[in-house]
Structure formats: structure tokens, C-alpha cells
Design a protein around this ligand. Structure first.
Ligand code: DC
Length: 225
């Protein structure tokens, strides 16, 4: 049994973080917190209210007036914005394309990080994102930096999309993923980078189960008895 440790999983878009984080949380009986979903939720609300996402002050105020809740569901996690279930809507192409710009605003990040730390308080959590090990939970007992080649990440997205009936080409997905990597790594506020004490896992040639097993083993080693 592993008691109440914090596990931070960071890495680029499409590396499989959310699937792996969700499954690891389930295996260990921990709470899963998808921080990307929180940036997506804010982006979705701004788009539906016609708010200019590039206007930092407006985005900060919007976040102050927004209640974002993450609830366990049969599909892993439901995302509620002001009481409305937006779990599907936040995965749209439109939100995916705009979310990096929203996540680049320093004042938005400050508020989000605050909310994320409150959610992680005092319990076993698996939290995934871009800045969890470096900024949100710097004292996490286990930090993972999960990556995979751009080609492999695009292929995984392509397969996921086909199930959902989305026909975006593989080339387009590769270009989109490369662009998001660039935006997330080059932004000034908490750019995506591997924490010094994070364990690097390259999942290019690994199955999801292999990655989950590896992380669970590391968690067991670091458990607090
Ligand atoms: O993991 P995702 O694709 O749902 O993330 C959506 C966007 O939010 C992505 O462009 C990076 C950003 N993000 C972030 O900046 N910090 C986090 N902790 C999580 C996500």
C-alpha cells in the first residue's frame, strides 16, 4: 500500500500523460488531477463568451469568476465549469488550438497553480501537466517527465481521432504537435522543462501498461509508511 504521496507527471503534448496518470491513480487508489483540462476549461469559456484570449487581464478576471471542478467519472474525470459538464467540449480542435495562448499568461498561471495546489492538499494524487514538478508541486515525492517522439505522438493522436470520427491528417497532427511543443517550451512563464529530480521515461517503444507499471514501481519505492 502506498500512502498519500504526490506524483507529478509532466511532458509534451500527446506523450500519453493523461492516460498514464489516470491509470496510475486508479492502480494506487489516488486522486487524478488533469491540470491541462483546467486551462482548456478556461479557454472554452472565453471562446463561448467571445472574450479575446490574448487579453491577459480579461482572462485573469474571467478565471476569478469561474468555478472549475474536476470530478471522478466512469471515463476518468468530468470537468465542470460553473456547474456545466464541458468534458467533451474542451477537447475540440478550436480549444486545442487556442489553449497554449491562454496558458502563456503569467497571471492566469498564478491563479491556476493556486487552485491546483489546493486540489493536491493532503492526499495521494497523480497530477499531470507541464509545470507540475517544476512549479506546482516542487516537493512531490515522485516526478516523471514522460516523452515520446513527435512521430509516435502524432500517430497516437491520429488513432484516437479516428475513433472519434475526426479525420485530421497525420501530417497536420505532427505539425500541430510540434507547434504546441514550441509554444509550451518557449513561453516565458513556467515553460515546459524537465525538473532536475524528475525521472525521464521515453514511451516511444513502450505500451501504456509498461509505463504505468514503471511509475507504480517507482511510487512503491518512494512510499511513506
Ligand atoms: O495536456 P493538455 O493538452 O490538455 O494541455 C493543454 C494546454 O495547457 C497545453 O498547451 C499546455 C497547457 N498546460 C500548461 O501550460 N500547464 C499545465 N500544467 C497543463 C497544461
Amino acid at each position: 500500500m502506498v500512502y498519500g504521496i504526490q506524483i507529478a507527471i509532466d511532458g509534451p503534448a500527446g506523450a500519453g500523460k493523461s492516460t498514464v496518470a489516470k491509470m496510475t491513480a486508479e492502480k494506487l487508489g489516488f486522486t487524478y488531477i488533469d491540470t491541462g483540462a483546467m486551462y482548456r476549461a478556461l479557454t472554452h469559456k472565453a471562446l463561448s463568451e467571445d472574450i479575446d484570449i490574448n487579453y491577459e487581464d480579461a482572462m485573469k478576471h474571467l478565471l476569478e469568476d469561474t468555478e472549475i471542478r474536476l470530478l471522478p467519472s466512469t471515463k476518468g474525470q468530468a470537468v465542470l465549469v460553473d456547474g456545466v459538464d464541458v468534458s467533451e467540449a474542451i477537447r475540440s480542435q478550436e480549444v486545442t488550438k487556442r489553449v497554449s495562448a491562454v496558458a502563456a499568461h503569467p497571471s492566469v498561471r498564478l491563479l491556476m497553480v493556486d487552485k491546483q495546489r489546493q486540489l493536491a492538499n493532503d492526499k495521494g494524487v497523480v497530477m499531470d501537466g507541464r509545470d507540475i514538478g517544476t512549479d506546482v508541486l516542487p516537493d512531490a515525492q515522485l516526478k516523471i517527465f514522460l516523452t515520446a517522439s513527435v512521430e509516435e505522438r502524432a500517430l497516437r493522436r491520429f488513432k484516437e481521432n479516428s475513433v472519434r470520427g475526426n479525420a485530421t491528417s497525420l501530417e497536420q497532427l505532427q505539425a500541430d504537435i510540434s507547434e504546441r511543443d514550441r509554444a509550451d517550451s518557449e513561453r516565458k512563464a513556467s515553460p515546459l522543462r524537465q525538473a532536475d529530480d524528475a525521472v525521464l521515461i521515453d514511451s516511444t517503444a513502450m505500451t501504456i501498461e509498461e509505463v504505468v507499471d514503471k511509475i507504480s514501481e517507482l511510487a512503491e519505492e518512494r512510499m511513506v509508511r
